[in-house]
Design a protein around this ligand. Structure first.
Ligand code: FES
Length: 171
């Protein structure tokens, strides 16, 4: 099950106030304001739309329209690590299908989804611009090429949540 499928946790709006303060009444500032909100929360939580609109004297539908229009804005939580698997032709003929399959099986998410522990978001892209490394994937800003299933698993392990992050009360 992915985070996109479960009810989202409530978001604290306390952190929103200082961001809004910086742009009060400045309609032009919607995009930089949204960028700061996304930096803070990792995405644009739906409950921030109304306060943002009020603060800039816009309609909530106008704010929502911009969030939906620009692909730089995310409306669901994102993982700490973004995995991008290439589905371009060069990668496809060299086995990107099995790279994607092993990631889907291990993370239990589909492309576009985030794992419940918010550690990974899985995405596919048309070409990563490193076809000579096919099949290629990226994790955050790092490229990984000439992938086979064991290598995919060892890359995944590098980004596994540390024990400290995993949890409370363990050990
Ligand atoms: S086709 Fe995969 S990197 Fe270009």
């Amino acid at each position: 099950m992915a985070v996109n499928e479960v009810p989202q946790q409530e978001v604290s709006l306390n952190e929103l106030e200082p961001i809004l303060e910086g742009f009060k009444g400045e309609k032009w500032a919607l995009i930089p304001l949204l960028q700061q909100v996304q930096e803070k929360y990792g995405y644009i939580p739906p409950e921030t739309i109304e306060p943002i609109a009020r603060s800039l004297r816009l309609f909530p539908s106008e704010v929502q329209g911009v969030v939906t229009f620009y692909s730089q804005f995310y409306t669901t939580p994102r993982g700490r690590n973004i995995i991008r698997v290439c589905r371009g032709t060069a990668c496809h003929v060299r086995g990107s299908g099995s790279v994607l399959k092993i990631l889907k099986q291990n993370l239990e998410v589909e492309p576009g989804e985030t794992t419940l522990d918010l550690n990974y978001t899985l995405e596919t892209v048309a070409c990563l611009g490193a076809c000579f490394l096919a099949p290629t994937m990226m994790v955050n800003r790092e490229y990984y090429g000439k992938l086979a299933p064991p290598r995919v698993m060892s890359v995944l392990k590098q980004y596994a949540p540390s024990k400290k992050e995993k949890g409370h009360g363990e050990g």
